[in-house]
Design a protein around this ligand. Structure first.
Ligand SMILES: [Zn+2]
Length: 413
C-alpha cells in the first residue's frame, strides 16, 4: 500500500480501520525532496490556536505538513498550496501528546490497546512502562509495537517477564539479570528507551534495594535511564532516591502511602528536592492506586510541580478514574497548573525524558508531523484521584483530530 492509498483510510471517528503500522513505516522511508515556497504540500491545519510550549508558541497559526514532517508553522499559510486542508477553527493545535507511562501489551495481563486508548485520544507516542522483560520483549515487539500506529517506545522490565507478573519477579532474584536486560534494551534501540522496575512492598518485598541496584546496573550498561515505580516501598524513600541518577524517573511521585514524598508535617522531604536538583524526573502517573490530589496539592503549594503528566493506563484504568492522557491533563488544570504549562508536560518535557530516535514533542520544522487537535471545553468537570476524591475543574480537553507522521488518523473537528 502506498501513502496515498493509506490516506484514503482516514477515519472520521474511532480507529477500527487503521492500517497496520507497516504502512506508516513504509511512509517514513519516503524520500524527502526540497520544498520551494510555491510548491504544494500535503496537509494544512488552518485557523487553530497553536500551543507548542517547546517553541514558546501560543497563538493563531496554521501548520503545514509535508512528507510526514512539519514544514512550517506561521500565520496565514497559502491555502492553495495544500493538497488537503483540516480546519482547526475554535480548536487548539498541539504537538502530539506523549504519555510517559502506560501498558499496552494488549491481550496479556492488564494491557490496553494503544491505538484505541492513546492514538485516538490525541496521544501519538506512548511509553510502555515495562510490560515485558527480556524474555517477553521479542513477542511484545513483534505483535504489539510493530503492528500499532501509535508510536510505542518501551522500557524493558528488570525482571525477565515484566509487569504481567504481579509479584514483580523480585522474589526470585535469579530472574533479575542486568546483563540480559541491558542486552535486550541495546539490541532494540530506539524502540527501547529505558529500564523499568517496580518498588512496592507488595510487589518487590525486601528485595527492593537489590532489585534497584540491578536495574541501575542494566541502565548503566545500556546507557539508558531507569523508570522507578515507587509506591509504598519496603525501604525508605530517601534510600531509594539517593540511588537515582540524572535522567532517571520517579513515577507515581504523588502517592499518599507509606514512604511518600511528604514528611509527617506535609513538607517535601529534602532527598526529593536533592534528586530534582540533580535531574531526576518526577512523574505523577495515576494508575489504580498511585495519585492523591491532597499530596499533589501540597507539592504544588511548595512549588514542586511534576516534570511530566502520565496515566499508567491499563485495561483497568482506561475504564476507571484515569481514562486517557487528556483527562489527566484536565486534572492538573483543576489543581491549578496553567494550560500552556500542562501541555508542555505532555509534549516538550516528555520528549526530553527519553531518546525516542525521532524529533517529537514540538512542531518545529523538520520534526515528526505528530499533531493533536483539541476542543478546550469550558464548564464544570469532576475529576477523581485514586481514592475517588474529587476536584472540580473548569476546563477539559477533548480530542478532535490526530495526525501521525503526517497522516490524518482521526478527524472529527
Ligand atoms: Zn505502570
Amino acid at each position: 500500500m502506498n501513502r496515498r492509498d493509506f490516506s484514503k483510510l482516514v477515519l472520521t471517528s474511532g480507529v477500527a480501520l487503521l492500517a497496520p503500522g507497516a504502512a506508516l513505516r513504509a511512509a517514513e522511508a519516503a524520500p524527502e525532496p526540497q520544498q520551494s515556497p510555491a510548491e504544494k504540500f500535503d496537509l494544512l491545519i488552518e485557523g487553530g490556536t497553536v500551543i507548542d510550549p517547546g517553541q514558546n508558541l501560543n497563538g493563531a497559526m496554521d501548520v503545514a505538513v509535508h512528507q510526514g514532517k512539519i514544514l512550517e508553522v506561521s500565520k496565514n499559510i497559502a491555502k492553495d498550496r495544500a493538497a488537503k486542508i483540516v480546519s482547526a477553527k475554535d480548536r487548539i493545535v498541539t504537538p502530539g501528546f506523549i504519555d510517559l507511562h502506560a501498558h499496552c501489551y494488549d491481550g496479556l495481563g492488564i494491557g490496553m490497546n494503544a491505538d484505541r486508548s492513546c492514538l485516538s485520544r490525541g496521544v501519538t507516542t506512548m511509553v510502555d512502562a515495562g510490560s515485558a522483560g527480556y524474555v517477553a520483549f521479542p513477542n511484545f515487539k513483534k505483535y504489539i509495537i510493530n503492528t500499532s500506529n501509535t508510536r510505542i517506545a518501551a522500557l524493558v522490565h528488570i525482571n525477565a517477564i515484566g509487569t504481567m507478573m504481579f509479584d514483580g519477579g523480585m522474589a526470585n532474584l535469579s530472574w533479575v539479570d542486568p546483563k540480559l536486560t541491558a542486552k535486550m534494551a541495546m539490541d532494540n534501540r530506539p524502540i527501547t528507551v529505558g529500564i523499568k522496575i517496580q518498588l512496592s512492598k507488595a510487589i518487590t518485598g525486601p528485595n527492593d534495594m537489590e532489585g534497584l541496584r540491578r536495574a541501575i546496573e542494566a541502565g548503566k550498561i545500556a546507557g539508558l535511564p531507569v523508570m522507578v515505580h515507587i509506591d509504598e516501598p519496603y525501604s525508605p524513600l530517601p534510600d531509594i532516591l539517593n540511588l537515582l541518577r540524572k535522567g532517571d524517573v520517579f513515577t507515581h511521585c504523588y502517592n499518599n502511602h507509606t514512604h511518600g514524598i511528604l514528611d509527617a508535617n506535609g513538607k517535601i522531604i529534602p532527598e526529593a528536592k536533592e534528586a530534582r536538583a540533580r535531574g531526576v524526573i518526577f512523574d505523577p502517573a495515576q494508575g489504580q492506586t498511585h495519585l492523591s490530589f491532597d499530596v499533589a496539592e501540597k507539592c504544588l503549594q511548595q512549588d514542586f510541580l511534576p516534570d511530566t503528566i502520565s496515566t499508567d493506563l491499563t485495561a483497568v484504568t482506561v475504564e476507571r478514574r484515569v481514562f486517557d492522557l487528556p483527562t489527566m491533563v484536565g486534572k492538573f488544570l483543576a489543581l491549578g497548573i496553567p494550560l500552556e504549562k500542562a501541555i508542555g508536560m505532555v509534549t516538550a518535557n516528555a520528549a526530553r525524558v527519553f531518546d525516542y530516535g525521532a524529533q517529537i514533542g514540538s512542531l518545529r520544522p523538520d520534526n515528526e508531523a505528530d499533531i493533536s487537535i483539541f476542543e478546550l471545553r469550558d464548564g464544570k468537570f469532576d475529576f477523581e484521584d485514586s481514592d475517588g476524591v474529587k476536584r472540580t475543574g473548569r476546563q477539559a480537553l477533548v480530542n478532535k483530530a490526530v495526525v501521525r507522521h503526517g497522516q490524518v488518523i482521526v478527524n472529527a473537528v
